[in-house]
Write a new protein. Structure first.
Length: 364
């Protein structure tokens, strides 16, 4: 299953009081999809990295009172109870389940089976129990233990894999550097690359996101250091190709360049947009297809979050090579994920000059 579909699975599981187990390669976004689901739905999330937990971290510490043994309440459970009291649903994420010590996995079994530890119950709100989600890496590819059949039987298990389009959509809306998204658009197989040589580091979606953070802070540094940082994040095999791509990309036009070029130029009327498009073409006319598509995608994201005007996108598409502009517009019109945006955008553009250039494309 594509990792991008797991948000819908988690929603169904929470409404059904089910439990979910994800297994898949490292770095593909298992933790990220749970965090995103919680954030989007205003749900309190507790993450327990089970490989680093001891049994007492899950079950609390025993105490004796009047000849009766009581167990202290773990701090993570107290946080969940506080959130539930404020009207929030809860998700408990048991990460690295297959790497956890055996006694920790056994303690986790009660959490999954009964949603409680000793006399302490996981919160329940309006009949919705705490959603318990676990994740791990497959034992046949990683140094992890095979999970007990009794434990696995309590979960709905999903084998998840990278969804390139889903990751690119996430990346564009989460400010991942455009050189990274442009590269993955052109070389989608390299979003998750596992080298045959055990001495070489592989590339993962998580690694690309961290590389983006580094790129934004490069400043004026030597190429040799840039090369080393790239290889440290995505490995030698993929990193060498990306380094060459990066060096050729640094001169590519960005949204900031377009806004600077347009300055205070008014672009509301048809005539004003035509003039702006001619002025902008000096900057954008030589942009290649991949770079133009990535820039248009970034503009679309900025329009949707309210930080960019529709008219800037219109002027940009009108200023680049007409065939490239056609292909971008046609792709948006035909894609289920972007067709609504396309028609909303088309309806807000006051001028017709862009559409006169690509009208035949729209008819197809």
């Amino acid at each position: 299953m594509n990792i991008s579909n797991m948000g819908q699975v988690l929603k169904i599981a929470q409404l059904s009081n089910d439990t979910v187990h994800m297994t898949g390669d490292h770095g593909i976004g298992k933790s990220q999809v749970v965090e995103g689901y919680a954030k989007e739905n205003n749900i309190h999330l507790e993450i327990l990295m089970l490989s680093q937990q001891e049994t007492a971290d899950l079950v609390g510490i025993p105490d004796m009172k009047d000849g009766i043994t009581y167990w202290s309440k773990p701090i993570w459970l107290k946080r969940m109870e506080d959130a539930s009291a404020e009207g929030k649903d809860c998700v408990l994420f048991l990460d690295e389940l297959a790497r956890a010590p055996l006694d920790v996995r056994q303690a986790a079994l009660q959490l999954v089976l009964d949603r409680r530890i000793h006399e302490h119950h996981l919160p329940e709100l309006n009949g919705r129990k705490t959603l318990v989600v676990a994740a791990d890496n497959p034992a046949d590819k990683y140094q992890t233990d095979e999970l007990d059949a009794a434990l696995l039987d309590r979960f709905a298990t999903y084998k998840v894999e990278v969804d390139v389009n889903g990751w690119l959509k996430w990346a564009r809306s989460n400010n991942i550097d455009s050189v990274v998204t442009a590269y993955i658009t052109e070389y989608p197989d390299n979003i998750h690359y596992i080298p045959e040589d055990d001495d070489d580091k592989g590339a993962t979606p998580r690694g690309w996101a961290k590389l983006s953070d580094n790129i934004k802070n490069f400043g004026e540094i030597d190429d040799s250091l840039v090369y080393s940082v790239i290889l440290s994040k995505v490995g030698t095999t993929v990193g060498q190709g990306f380094f060459h791509f990066y060096n050729n990309y640094t001169s590519i036009v960005k949204i900031e360049d377009i806004l600077e070029k347009l300055g205070d130029t008014p672009i509301k009327t048809q005539q004003e947009q035509e003039i702006a498009g001619i002025e902008l073409s000096e900057l954008t006319s030589k942009i290649e297809a991949i770079s133009a598509s990535e820039l248009a995608q970034k503009m679309r994201t900025n329009i949707e979050d309210g930080t960019l005007s529709h008219n800037v996108l219109s002027v940009f598409l009108g200023s680049i090579n007409v065939e490239i502009g056609n292909s971008i517009a046609k792709a948006w019109r035909m894609d289920d994920d972007t067709s609504e945006f396309f028609f909303d955008w088309a309806g807000t553009v006051p001028n017709k000059w862009l559409f006169s250039r690509v009208i035949e494309t729209y008819k197809k």
